[in-house]
Design a protein around this ligand. Structure first.
Ligand code: GDP
Length: 268
């Protein structure tokens, strides 16, 4: 009997770790804590809980069906119980970002990555300090996408790793200063292009020229050989489909995170 209980224990703990897991990242202030508390308690709160990565078990809203259970009969008992998943939060503070990148590099079985941005803090037209938000988000997202590209190019199997979908969740669309999702996409693509060019120049200035660059170094450019304009669509070549969808965790008319849930459901 103790052995049986032991196996049962192992079975249960393994089961609990196989919940589909989504990494939730983004600059600080983008709304990660608010989104997690909304999912967990039904009301958003921006009180932070800890400095270390934190995982929260959430249930898919019953109105949305996971892609994997689309063809299941409604009489199937597993179709009645809510679909559970895990959100893993990482602090967005610059110095703590390595938690997020480490997790990607460790190629843990993630179902996807949600990169939350404050869509009201991206516009450079308001001048001055406002561009800091865009710079920070662009550099962070660049580094995440580069880590994902490396994960693909350094894979040892010929097929490469499984797809790693990325959702750029444009948050705070309740604010009238927020950019609509298609402009969030354009602003981030332009900023990532700038980051890529700056990094390329930095490498050239430091004397590591094209002739020294071995096959390994080529992989340090994000997307399409690192020339011209960066577009999220270039990430599809390394099995990383990127979607940009808008929503708001807070707002005078309540929260609207429907499109994000639909994206999550597509990747379950
Ligand atoms: P984190 O640093 O990414 O965890 O961000 P927080 O969840 O702490 O949110 C930062 C601030 O943005 C807080 O003051 C939130 O109340 C606010 N906030 C988060 N989401 C929204 C939103 O959708 N709309 C508005 N107007 N404010 C938001």
């Amino acid at each position: 009997l103790p052995l049986l209980l032991h196996y049962l224990y192992i079975y249960r703990t393994q089961k609990s770790t196989t919940l589909p897991t989504f990494l939730l990242i983004g600059p600080s202030g983008s709304g990660k804590t608010s989104l997690l508390t909304l999912c967990e308690r039904g009301t958003p709160s921006s009180t932070h809980l800890s400095q270390s990565p934190l995982s929260v078990e959430v249930a898919l809203p019953s109105t949305i069906r996971a892609a994997s259970s689309k063809y299941r009969s409604t009489n199937d008992p597993s179709a009645q119980s809510p679909t559970k998943l895990l959100f893993v939060d990482t602090p967005g503070h610059g110095k703590l970002r390595h938690h997020a990148l480490n997790r990607i590099a460790a190629s843990e079985p993630l179902s996807g990555i949600i990169f939350l941005v404050d869509a009201a803090n991206l516009s450079s037209s308001t001048g001055g300090r406002a561009d800091e938000g865009l710079t920070e988000a662009g550099e962070y997202l660049h580094d995440v996408l580069l880590a994902l590209q490396k994960r693909y190019t350094s894979a040892t199997t010929s097929k490469g790793p499984a797809a790693m979908p990325v959702l750029v969740a444009a948050n705070k669309l309740d604010l009238f200063t927020a950019l609509p999702p298609q402009l969030v996409r354009a602003a981030l693509e332009a900023e990532i292009t700038r980051v890529r060019t700056t990094r390329a120049k930095g490498l050239l200035d430091s004397g590591i020229g094209a002739e020294d660059a071995g096959a390994d170094d080529e992989r340090d450019w994000l997307g399409d050989g690192g020339e011209g304009k960066f577009e999220f669509a270039q990430m599809e070549e390394v099995n990383v489909p990127v979607s940009v969808l808008g929503g708001n965790v807070l707002g005078s008319e309540g929260s609207d995170v429907q499109r994000w849930w639909e994206w999550i459901a597509e990747h379950l």
